[in-house]
Design a protein around this ligand. Structure first.
Ligand code: F6P
Length: 442
């Protein structure tokens, strides 16, 4: 069987480890033995907090440079031994930022081909979140938030000072790690596993995604669109029902829009879950109805018949006056979903969105016709469970409200029976008192 080293390349907090995990899981799904060899983990186990200091990464500090090279060599040794044994693909996860370091790798690993994968991430919002996440790892436990941030930014600066993009390596590809897009690739035909790895990198994986709509709002009751309404009592109960449904389900990330109805629906789910990451994203805000915001559908039909006619003619492309169309929504939702999936990686995501937003999110996985997107069914009492990996696509629509109500109804039925029985006893007792006197004694 052919064997391969995959060597990750990229500045810190650019998504290398996320991609390394995806490559590894994807290959395993295909039945190949793949394993990650992470320099950072080895560094922490050997040098501990000494290696957290920014100076450890100073390229002009000879002693530290040597220590870092030794970690890399040791990890390569482990990868080599594993490939010599049972492994198929060893993924070396480290910055490998300079040409000098990559020369060292090419000299040390001559037994199998090497595929370099460079991760680029120009999305500053995601970079900042990744940096925040890195600086809150146990490695920085002895630092204040500011110190950790300063130290990590200095680390990035050192790596930037020696960074050289891939160019002379034999087999390589550059990938936008947040957009699942190959930016450049070089002479890959001879590289084993290339097709499988390429496929893994361009697929949008969503291994565990739950997609719910917010609960009923005051506007829903009145038939009004858009706005920032609050949930009704029924909507709040729906939110409680959703939380009860997920009570025993692992949820790692909850993404909402910036609207109150989305936050209110998320609140019960987040209660007593301090470790869940949350992010409110404008990309998931409901379709902007422009001049029609807050209006009722009937009102639009009467006052602005051209809007209703335009939507009836082509609901996907029609944009509300000074507002959005589904076609416009497509772009921002795609960006939001990419960000959410990048941040969550393999972990479980719950998105609490809106009718039009959820239609577009679903369409991104379903490859349905554009004209059908504005008509996808998005109920407020069911959610979609989505699992998309290179090997499988699973969509399920799961009710959560009915079960919750039924449980409530069952209690109502029990209470009803109990009170009927109680009144029956009272009546019987009263009758016997009337007939026979107290305790049947004359
Ligand atoms: O009616 C609720 C709502 O979320 C509105 O805010 C939004 O304009 C609408 O659904 C989108 O659905 P449609 O495109 O079918 O009007």
């Amino acid at each position: 069987m052919e064997k391969l080293y995959v060597v990750m390349v990229g500045l810190p907090a650019r998504g290398k480890s996320t991609l390394a995990r995806r490559i590894c899981h994807g290959l395993k799904d295909e039945g190949f033995f793949a394993k990650i060899f992470n320099n950072g983990e080895l560094r922490r186990s050997i040098y501990g907090s000494h290696s957290t200091q920014a100076d450890f990464y100073n390229p002009t500090d000879a002693q530290h440079k040597k220590e870092r090279e030794q970690i890399a060599l040791r990890n390569m040794g482990r990868a080599k031994a594993w490939l010599a044994d049972e492994g198929c693909v060893a993924v070396l996860d480290a910055t490998n930022a300079s040409r000098e370091r990559r020369n060292m790798i090419e000299e040390a690993l001559t037994d199998h081909p090497i595929l370099f994968v460079e991760c680029v991430n120009e999305d500053t919002m995601l970079q900042n979140i990744c940096i925040k996440r890195k600086t809150s790892l146990p490695e920085f436990a002895d630092y204040t938030t500011e110190e950790a941030l300063e130290s990590f930014m200095q680390r990035i600066y050192y790596y930037e000072s020696i960074y050289e993009p891939l160019s002379n390596e034999k087999y390589w590809l550059r990938v936008d790690s947040t957009a699942n897009r190959i930016l450049e690739e070089h002479a890959l035909e001879g590289s084993p596993y290339y097709n499988a790895i390429r496929q893994i990198l361009v697929e949008v994986p969503a291994p565990h995604l739950f997609l719910a709509r917010h609960g009923q709002t005051e506007f829903n009751v009145e038939g009004r669109i858009g706005g920032d309404p609050l949930l009704t009592a029924k909507g709040r109960t729906q939110a409680e029902a959703l939380a009860a449904h997920f009570a025993h389900t692992q949820v790692d990330w909850v993404f909402t829009s910036t609207r109150r109805r989305s936050h209110q629906t998320a609140e019960p789910v987040l209660r007593n879950r301090p470790n869940v990451h949350t992010l409110a994203m404008t990309e998931f805000d409901e379709l902007w109805a422009g001049d029609c915001e807050g209006m009722r559908y009937e009102e639009i039909r009467e006052k602005l018949p051209a809007v209703t006619a335009g939507r009836n003619a082509n609901k996907f492309s029609y944009a509300y006056p000074n507002g959005e169309s589904y076609a416009m929504l497509n772009e921002r939702v795609k960006k939001g979903l990419r960000r959410a999936l990048f941040l969550a990686g393999d972990s479980t995501i719950l998105i609490i969105g809106h009718q039009a937003i959820n239609r577009v999110i679903l369409s991104l996985f379903l490859n349905c016709r554009e004209v059908d997107i504005p008509y996808i069914y998005i109920p407020q009492n069911e959610y979609y469970s989505i699992s998309v990996t290179p090997r499988k696509k699973i969509f399920e629509r799961i009710p959560y409200w009915l079960n919750y109500q039924l449980t409530g109804v069952r209690w109502n039925v029990y209470c009803c029976w109990l009170s009927t029985f109680f009144f029956f006893c009272v009546i019987m007792l009263s009758l016997s008192v009337l007939r026979f006197g107290a305790f049947g004694v004359r």
